[in-house]
Design a protein around this ligand. Structure first.
Ligand code: ADP
Ligand code: MG
Length: 257
């Protein structure tokens, strides 16, 4: 069997003197989707950026496609995983198309310009998130939801096999939330991509992921299949708020008490 697209071995992550996870093991095969859930400040973003290789762990290792990411150059890491951060900043003026094209940079040689093929990939990605026709717009003129969809298009142009998505649904209306989740479901199903996403809606996590990782914020974490772990009991403890569970046509909903 080939190496998992993502593996964490005995991973310990800390931030500001607080333990996020302690000797955690995690493995993600092609086609698998994992949701990360936890309260605000539990350390989900810190964990995700550690899994992306953007932050060194306190102990243990993260492997991307079998390679220790501590040993990978940034460009090599960017060919293996695409990371969507929670916050975007646009210090330089650029258009929607130019921004989407930055996803191609890991694929280019040092002195290469983007080719026609790169531009086609970027246009296709913009179309996939419903931003076609906006290619020449300046990024700073976009709404929050449009900017979020542009970040997702940029990730798609990167064409990595592992997506690490920090709150990919933020700023999106219901229609676009479903479209984005379907998009990554398609990437997993049709292309064998693996997807890790920080989500705040356990019902969507249950519907669109195979497994979930709960991060409690005190160093404890728990993993399992969504059916096993996304229950009223575990989620009530995770969020510190009582929830009731309802099943409807195979989908699971959670209602605050
Ligand atoms: P989450 O994504 O789960 O909301 P984060 O990973 O962003 O949480 O942050 C985890 C905790 O670490 C929070 O309490 C946050 O305030 C704190 N934190 C984030 N960055 C730093 C930092 N650079 N120094 C100290 N504490 C930080
Ligand atoms: Mg966060």
């Amino acid at each position: 069997m080939s190496a998992p697209l993502l593996e964490a071995r005995q991973l310990s992550v800390e931030i500001g003197g607080k333990t996020v996870v302690d000797r955690m093991n995690l493995s993600l095969q092609p086609g698998e989707r994992l949701a990360i859930l936890g309260r605000n400040g539990a350390g989900k973003s810190t964990l995700l950026s550690t899994l992306a290789g953007l932050r060194p762990p306190q102990a243990g290792a993260v492997l991307l496609d079998g390679e220790d990411c501590a040993l990978l150059a940034p460009r090599q890491a960017a060919l293996r995983r695409a990371w969507l951060g929670q916050f975007q900043n646009d210090p330089f003026g650029s258009t929607v198309l130019e921004t989407a094209l930055t996803g191609r940079h890991p694929h280019l040689g040092r002195w290469d310009w983007e080719s026609k093929h790169d531009a086609e990939l970027a246009r296709k990605a913009l179309q996939a998130v419903g931003l076609d026709g906006m290619e020449t717009r300046q990024v700073h003129t976009l709404s929050g939801g449009e900017r979020q969809r542009l970040s997702i298009a940029t990730l798609l142009t990167q064409a990595a096999m592992l997506y690490l998505l920090d709150e990919p649904l933020s700023h999106l209306d219901l229609n676009h939330q479903m479209a984005v989740l379907e998009l990554f479901a398609g990437a997993a199903r049709d292309c064998g991509a693996a997807v890790v996403m920080v989500l705040h809606d356990p019902a969507l996590a249950h519907r669109f992921c195979d497994r979930a990782l709960l991060v409690y914020g005190d160093g404890r974490c728990a993993q399992g299949t969504v059916d096993d772990i996304l229950t009223a009991e575990t989620l009530s403890e995770l969020y510190g708020y009582g929830l009731r569970q309802i099943e409807d046509r195979g989908h699971r909903c959670f209602i605050p008490e």
